[in-house]
Design a protein around this ligand. Structure first.
Ligand code: UD1
Length: 360
């Protein structure tokens, strides 16, 4: 029997983390023939190439070079440029991960020319349709034949939306596979020395990039003011997403250390020894849960509720006064040790490739 040709499509930073263990697991499986396409949604060295190096991801066969743009432009560019590649390569299956514009665009392109789609990290729902990622999740799941789920809420959501249970596989979390597989390397990261950060003393790590937090200058300024207040209590390091960089202006004297975007290994190392993480990212809620580091999520909702029920995450919104108050409370009262969510054991990719190989 010939191998199943699986074409994986990635575009943005969190996609790279998720695809790393999948590419490795597929390469080990003779029944599968993996191929990788990069859409080019993220293109700066620290946002893209550094992740390929850190996570030892094979170089993509094709880079579509779509770059930045409005949602319509970016999504449409991926579709226009991916379609001829799919027509030419005619894979048996297109594999997409996560919820970025590249995920949605690749899924739509494939299904419309009769190529089946598998979605890894299916079923997550924030129930907030003002988030671009929520639209991407709902539509991608609706057109995918195989739905790989990280947590029980994903299964419930998909069943509630009428998905065929035979399409759904609860497999665990490939982001945690990546974290565990690279543990020896991030443990050895020189980032603390490079930053002159004393790990014997508590420090906090911040990331912000959600449009709802950073696109409106007044909201962003209020958030940064809150962080600067908190910086009076402990050092704060903040690797800044390019989306936010321009809006920072002359900030930098208020006690928060604003840094360039960081590679995967350095960033995980930095989180692993932090006393507190404040973020609006999705993946970081999951990583802090496994690292056992308290996480305050500066959003009104999470599509990853298991990080609250089992992990270290608290969803506190973006009110500046509340952020300072909750952060100080968290510093005074260490959280109970987390219980890892079911199947977040570093073996999700293996389970996924078993299912893919079975469907050959
Ligand atoms: C995207 C995802 C988001 C994910 C995030 C991770 C969508 C809708 N959003 O958001 O879900 O959490 O990636 O980082 O897909 N830019 C650069 N260099 C780059 C990439 C981006 O300078 O390499 C700047 C550009 O000004 C660009 C802006 O960042 O317009 C936003 O990039 P984009 O990929 O559109 O969205 P993200 O905010 O990165």
């Amino acid at each position: 029997m010939s191998a199943l040709r699986v074409l994986a499509v990635v575009g943005a930073r969190p996609n790279f983390v998720k695809i790393a263990p999948l590419m490795r697991a597929m390469a080990r499986k003779p029944a599968l023939e993996p191929l990788l396409v990069h859409t080019g949604q993220h293109y700066d060295g620290p946002m893209s190439e550094q992740f390929f190096d850190d996570l030892e991801i094979p170089r993509p066969a094709v880079n579509l070079g779509v770059g930045s743009g409005s949602h319509a432009v970016q999504t449409a560019e991926v579709m226009c440029r991916l379609e001829p590649v799919l027509e030419h390569l005619r894979p048996d299956l297109v594999l997409v991960v996560g919820d970025v514009n590249s995920t949605l665009a690749a899924a739509l392109t494939a299904v419309k020319i009769g190529i089946e789609v598998a979605h890894v990290e299916a079923g997550l729902r924030s129930f907030d349709r003002t988030m671009p990622e929520e639209i991407n999740r709902v539509v991608t799941d609706a057109v995918s034949r195989l739905l790989f789920v990280t947590e029980k809420s994903g299964l419930t959501n998909l069943l509630n939306e009428g998905a065929d249970p035979r399409r759904i596989h609860v497999v665990g979390n490939v982001m945690i596979d990546a974290l565990e597989a690279s543990r020896p390397r991030w443990t050895a990261s020189p980032i603390f020395r490079r930053l002159g950060l004393d790990t014997r003393r508590p420090y906090a790590v911040v990331t912000l990039h959600r449009p709802s937090n950073v696109d409106d200058p007044a909201s962003l300024a209020a958030l940064l003011d809150a962080l600067e207040k908190l910086a009076a209590h402990l050092p704060i390091v903040f690797p800044v997403h390019p989306r936010v960089r321009a809006a920072l202006g002359r900030r930098g004297e208020g006690g928060v250390r604003y840094l360039d975007p960081m590679g995967y290994l350095d960033f995980v190392a930095l989180m692993s020894r932090a006393r507190l993480v404040l973020t609006d990212s999705g993946g970081i809620q999951e990583e802090t849960t496994i690292l056992g580091v308290p996480c305050l999520t500066l959003r009104d909702s999470t599509e990853r509720p298991v990080t609250v029920t089992h992990g270290t995450n608290r969803v506190i919104g973006a009110d500046p006064g509340k952020i300072v108050h909750e952060a100080l409370t968290s510093l005074e009262h260490p959280a109970a040790p987390p219980a890892p969510p079911p199947l977040w054991d570093g073996r999700a990719a293996e389970r996924i490739v078993e299912v893919l190989a079975d469907g050959r």
